[in-house]
Design a protein around this ligand. Structure first.
Ligand code: FES
Ligand code: FES
Length: 141
């Protein structure tokens, strides 16, 4: 459908022109490593948190178009959010990629809804959630 085509374009745009690719100074930021055991792909996420707010987020790593585009979208999404908001959006994203009903009204989900097509490819759900799991792990600490 046209929507599938649009979503594919959004994913490829994030894959080819990743937002927030890079590193943050370890003195200011948490570093979280996360890999997808089923394929070996890995990302390294850097989160700068001040006063319960994610003030900056960057990532490096190797992976497929789904995992890297998702990392790009995730970092864009959580920047400026409180820890609580970032974790809540991660929960919404997780429900979305599992094909469950999800709340699309509380937050402006922006580009991340482009990844809802992964529900048709269960093996790729882990690709889509890789960066989000890293973010959750970092914020839980
Ligand atoms: Fe192709 Fe992960 S790189 S499925
Ligand atoms: Fe490895 Fe997608 S195939 S993260």
């Amino acid at each position: 459908s046209n929507l599938d085509t649009l979503y594919r374009q959004v994913i490829m745009d994030h894959y080819k022109n990743p937002r927030n690719r890079g590193e943050l100074d370890e003195n200011d930021a948490l570093t979280i490593n996360m890999n997808n055991p089923s394929c070996g792909d890995r990302i390294q996420l850097h989160l700068q948190v001040e006063n319960d707010q994610v003030v900056d987020a960057k990532f490096t790593g190797e992976g497929c178009s789904i995992s890297l585009s998702s990392a790009s979208m995730m970092t864009d999404t959580v920047k400026g959010k409180s820890i609580e908001e970032a974790l809540e959006i991660s929960g919404i994203f997780s429900e979305m990629v599992q094909g469950k009903e999800y709340d699309d009204e509380k937050y402006d989900l922006g580009d991340i809804e482009a990844l809802q097509g992964v529900t048709k490819f269960p093996a790729r759900i882990k690709c889509a959630t890789l960066a989000w799991k890293a973010m959750e792990k970092g914020l839980d600490e």
